[in-house]
Design a binder for this molecule. Structure first.
Ligand code: PGA
Length: 254
């Protein structure tokens, strides 16, 4: 039984005052029946960790450098994230792949760096609209999985997030059948790669315009083990409603 996982991705949003939303989330959901994490800008990690101390909410970063330390002005290593209080990190988000030229090979090395620092990695894959229109979705996702998931993946240190690039921040989402097809494919690829004993335990999250209004439907789809949520993770009420939807979806599957 895979525990549902709801991870917020604050992207380049969030000042100290916004930690009030996290405190409100914790107050409203002190003991969620799913795992909850918030991946914040690096500048907030330490304060977020303080706000989440003794709560069920885990703290994550949004990317990490491939090296532990070095002459890389402006970059942040996985060890630094861990030192600041993070237990999680997102790697391979499509915005990083597009804005910072992070290739599959770089993402694989970042993921390994995250593991070496003791962090749990959420590794993102997903097709662009042009790739979907060309019927290449499974090819693209398969290539990203093959080349950006390092050897040594286990359910204790990796979740995969399927995030169609065209659904991120657009208010558009794939159909339930489209999500089911890609999640089934990802499960089969991971099982083939690491064996079903581990592969069946790895959480596969959906990301891209998930919000309170569609969360219950998406989280009910087979092999959807949670969500990676951008815009709707910034407000306690919205993220809280998605947590409640995840709790209900987990209950319905028992
Ligand atoms: P969105 O972002 O929920 O705002 O679409 C999701 C993501 O990019 O992780």
């Amino acid at each position: 039984m895979r525990r549902k996982l709801i991870a917020g991705n604050w992207k380049m949003h969030g000042l100290g005052a916004d930690l009030a939303e996290v405190r409100a989330l914790i107050a409203a959901h002190p003991a969620p029946a799913c795992e909850v994490a918030i991946c914040a800008p690096a500048t907030l990690i330490h304060r977020l960790a303080q706000a989440c101390a003794d709560s069920a909410v885990a703290v994550g970063g949004q990317t990490c450098h491939i090296a532990v330390a070095g002459a890389h002005t402006g970059d942040i290593s996985a060890a630094m994230l861990a030192d600041a209080g993070a237990q999680w990190v997102i790697v391979g988000h499509s915005e990083r792949r597009a804005d910072h030229g992070e290739t599959d090979a770089i993402v694989a090395t970042q993921c390994r760096a995250a593991w070496d620092a003791g962090l749990f990695a959420i590794l993102c894959v997903g097709e662009t609209e042009a790739e979907r229109d060309a019927g290449r979705t499974l090819d693209v996702v398969g290539r990203q999985l093959a080349n950006s998931v390092p050897d040594g993946a286990t359910p204790h240190r990796l979740a995969i997030a399927y995030e169609p690039v065209w659904a991120i921040g657009t208010g558009r989402t794939p159909t339930a059948d489209q999500i089911a097809e890609v999640h089934r494919f990802i499960r089969a690829e991971i099982n083939a790669r690491i064996g079903a004993a581990g592969g069946q335990g790895i959480r596969i999250l959906y990301g891209g315009s998930m919000k309170p209004a569609n969360a219950a439907d998406i989280l009910a789809i087979a092999d959807v083990d949670g969500g990676l949520i951008g815009g709707a993770s910034l407000k306690a009420d919205d993220l809280g409603a998605i947590v409640v939807a995840a709790e209900a979806a987990a209950q319905a599957r028992i």
